[in-house]
Design a protein around this ligand. Structure first.
Ligand SMILES: Cc1cc2nc3c(=O)[nH]c(=O)nc-3n(C[C@H](O)[C@H](O)[C@H](O)COP(=O)(O)O)c2cc1C
Length: 170
């Protein structure tokens, strides 16, 4: 670390290495657009505000899913459970039908696809977007929230999927 403020951004590989140390939960954002289901895996999901209830994620501007998501009147956040690493990988893979077998899903009450066996679903109305660097910040107003499982999360760390182990003293 330097003891004076640098006048430039950190090198890309140093940036990536540092970010990889940060563990995150994994969600799949889904929507229904022109009758077709769309979705992508995101680790950038975060809570934003309690009143009003807001959540956010960042989507790469080069994402081919983003134009469809942007056009949708609502979207779902599917919070993945610890045994859903393959599902997460599937919704990050290009050139496949992500909703084909073995993906199990159903249309939700407003139309957005809900993935089966996830820990929780949030149904969100578009609230705000902002261009930030090479990503778009997407903020959603949570209209409905449903918890399905015990909430054992799928985590992403150092480019690998893993599980949460509670500290024995906590
Ligand atoms: C664990 C994991 C987390 C990801 N998180 C994000 C994210 O937060 N934002 C994003 O734009 N892409 C993220 N991606 C990549 C997208 O899922 C993937 O690039 C995208 O689905 C590509 O397809 P598309 O061009 O059809 O959108 C992540 C991928 C993985 C495996």
């Amino acid at each position: 670390m330097t003891d004076t403020l640098p006048d430039r951004a950190v090198a890309s590989d140093q940036f990536r290495q540092a970010l990889a140390v940060h563990a995150s939960g994994v969600v799949v954002i889904t929507a229904q657009c022109d009758g077709a289901p769309v979705g992508l895996t995101a680790a950038s999901f975060s809570s934003v505000s309690l009143e009003p209830p807001l959540v956010s994620f960042y989507v790469d501007r080069s994402s081919t899913t983003w134009p469809w998501l942007r056009a949708a009147d609502h979207f779902a956040v599917n919070i993945l459970a610890s045994d859903q690493a393959e599902l997460a990988a599937r919704f990050a893979r290009k050139g496949i039908d992500r909703f084909a077998e073995p993906t199990r899903w159903r249309a939700g009450p407003l139309g957005a696809p809900l993935l089966q066996d996830v820990s929780a679903h949030l149904l969100c109305l578009p609230y705000e977007t902002a261009d930030v660097g090479d990503h778009v910040l997407v903020v959603g107003l949570v209209a409905e929230a449903a918890v399905h499982g015990p909430g054992r999360p799928l985590l992403y760390h150092q480019g690998r999927f893993g599980r949460f182990l509670a500290h024995p003293e906590s």
